[in-house]
Design a protein around this ligand. Structure first.
Ligand SMILES: [Zn+2]
Length: 397
């Protein structure tokens, strides 16, 4: 494992237009005929979203400026003109992220193996079954006792050695301490993600490594395994990588340029990114006390996981208004003290974390037994929520 890289490996290269076209033709051809195509990603796939990488040199062409470790080693600060997000949660998945989502939806990509813990692959809509996050995910917490997973729409990474987040497992029978899932340097990779990654590396006949210096092991052993098996390893990166001599093809271009070119050749449109949210809502009448129990939960739409996506929820009944500030978002409405002359209804205002300027979503329900799950899609370019009953309905409508 290495932190810094030598100057030779900091130099950025760009293929000429003609050279690049030829390389992309070749890459598209290999993807088209691949039996088991996998993609390995590093920080370079996220720099165009405004998240800086680690190793780019002081004179990088990247709009995010020099990498974090380069700044540290040079005791420098991020240049004023650098386009760096102050909050990684505001990052909109890149062309590369969305191209990978579409290739995975079409079963062309069998697995994306990532070193990134920025959570963008999941947020872009990639199926978690086809993703191995070797260095964890800053939005994911794991119960140290029962292993339950919890997704958060905020940074759950503590950076601490014990990884404890201070929160506890929701399961009443467990209540184990929750730990963040990000991997610090020197720590072992999560076993399940590592074995998934190597299982695919052992099957892959084509592996595309994007935006990684391939210098951090054991993660970089994944693309290396493909090359060792004499299968095709294609590397797309601005800098020369540690595996450039082992690869079948080295492409020197931005990863977005590479993926745009490849998708064009494959005749596949790159879909726009749309934020997906899954909401579970429940009203239950308890006859004995004449009260209504209300529960609102955020869920992950791919896996059946709890997902903390509400900053707060306002519940309005005919007579009162309640502000719920933390999970679980539940409330009991006592009908003995409610004015029920009018038809009893409740109104809900779901307030999100607003990373993408999501506006509150309003709901109205009659007070009766209800148990439903629905999906909300937020298109940051149009600024409207669209409600769907299924996750896979056409998102662009
Ligand atoms: Zn637990």
């Amino acid at each position: 494992m290495a932190h810094g890289v030598s100057d030779e490996y900091k130099k950025e290269h760009f293929d000429s237009k003609i050279k690049l076209e030829k390389k992309l033709d070749q890459l598209a051809e290999w993807i088209r005929s691949a039996k088991h195509f996998i993609v390995f990603t590093g920080a370079g796939v996220s720099t165009s979203t405004g998240i800086p990488d680690f190793r780019s040199g002081m004179d990088t062409v990247l709009s995010t400026g020099p990498g974090a470790w380069e700044l540290r080693d040079n005791r420098a600060k991020t240049p004023k003109n650098a386009k760096v997000l102050n909050d990684m949660h505001k990052a909109i998945p890149s062309v590369t992220h969305m191209a990978l989502v579409e290739l995975q939806r079409r079963n062309i990509i069998k697995c994306v193996i990532s070193q990134n813990c920025d959570g963008l692959h999941l947020r872009s809509g990639l199926n978690p079954d086809c993703l191995a996050e070797l260095h964890g995910n800053m939005n994911l917490e794991i119960c140290s006792k029962c292993g339950a997973n919890y997704l958060r729409d905020y940074d759950a990474a503590t950076g601490g050695l014990d990884h404890l987040t201070g929160r506890k497992c929701d399961k009443p029978e467990c209540r184990g301490l929750l730990k963040d899932s990000t991997i610090n340097f020197g720590e072992n990779l999560p076993r399940s993600e590592k074995s998934k990654a190597f299982r695919h590396a052992n099957q892959a006949d084509v592996c595309l490594a994007l935006g990684s210096s391939l210098s951090v092991t054991p993660a970089a052993d994944v693309p290396e395994r493909v090359a060792e098996r004499n299968q095709k390893l294609i590397i797309g990166n601005l800098q020369r990588t540690c595996l450039h001599k082992m690869s079948s093809l080295n492409i020197y271009a931005f990863t977005d340029t590479i993926m745009e070119g490849v998708m064009k050749r494959l005749n596949i449109t790159i879909p726009p990114w749309i934020l997906r949210r899954c909401v579970r809502f429940q009203i239950k009448h308890e006859k004995l006390n004449n009260c209504y129990q209300i529960l609102i939960e955020g869920r992950d739409s791919d896996k059946d996981l709890p997902f903390s996506m509400f900053k707060s929820i306002i519940v309005k009944t005919p007579k009162s208004e309640y502000l719920l500030k933390k999970e679980p978002f539940s409330i009991s409405i006592d009908m003995n003290v409610q004015d029920t002359k009018n038809e009893a209804k409740i109104q809900l205002q779901l307030n999100f974390f607003e990373h993408y300027n999501e506006i509150p979503y309003l709901l109205e329900y009659p007070l009766e037994d209800i148990n439903e799950e629905f999906y909300l899609f937020w298109n940051p370019t149009t600024g409207v929520w669209v409600r769907k009953e299924r996750a896979d309905e056409n998102l662009t409508q």
